[in-house]
Design a protein around this ligand. Sequence first.
Ligand code: NCD
Length: 300
Amino acid sequence: MRVRRSLIDLDDLTAEELAYVFERTAQFEREAPGPLLAGIACVNMFFEESTRTFTSFNLAELRLGADVINLSPENLSLAVKGETLEDTAITLGAMGVCVLVVRHSEPGFSQRVALAFDGHVVNAGDGSHAHPTQALLDIYTLVEEWGDVRGRSVAIVGDVLHSRVAHSTMHGLLRLGCSVVLVGPECFLPASYAREGVRVERDLDAVLPEVDAALLLRIQRERLSDMPISDAQYVEAYRLDGRRLALARKDAVVMHPGPYNRGMELDDAVLAFAGWRYASQVRHGVGVRMAVLDLLVNGR
Ligand code: NCD
């Protein structure tokens, strides 16, 4: 079986390909790309809830003229009839399905699909491991803002440990020469993260004045059996609100991958802040995913 190009995490892309994805994203956002995926069957398999990622992959595929099929877990023989992942991949490949977009709660699940499937696999989130297209759209949002992320500094705040977004975005930013400060309580941010070439800080108030951007994270309650910190303690130390925003630089950028919980990691003052870029992130999600699908299927 020929192993086709997949995107499991950002390190599957060379520096040149990363630049190319951003170039194509800008181009596809300016003008409709045309049917670059005409006749290409894409199957979206989301075993975990998704609003943004699911919709934007669908839109990206439709705008590129692909044939789009959404398989929900309850309709998959994999889940209810005991068919293995490997046999599911063989079955879909035999029908000529070319692209599988996969979200699952198990780290490494998309990689397992990629090893069994004769086509392209895009990881739309595997447990707390990786979420490469979210990282691409986060970084693209910052590149649009600044021209380049090199020499800038970004704080990633909250439940880093369980966040696939934090893991992929952090590595992407470091690769592009941006410094990263991780901020959170020990239970969501073990000190061992400092080995990854990032700074680990506990005091958000001390970090806010020095960074160019803050990426806020949702507490991934679905990956926790018990909440290791009370909501009140978390809010007290880490919620971005009007008082904390006053500590940030006037031109600071604030982002969140969504879904955000008002009152928990942020409050309404953040949604009214001039540097709040959530809508741009979501918008770029469609362009970035078109660029990734085009690169994997058609090459450069
Ligand atoms: C994130 C995810 O699912 O990993 N959301 C997203 O894809 N935009 C983050 C989250 O669920 O908190």
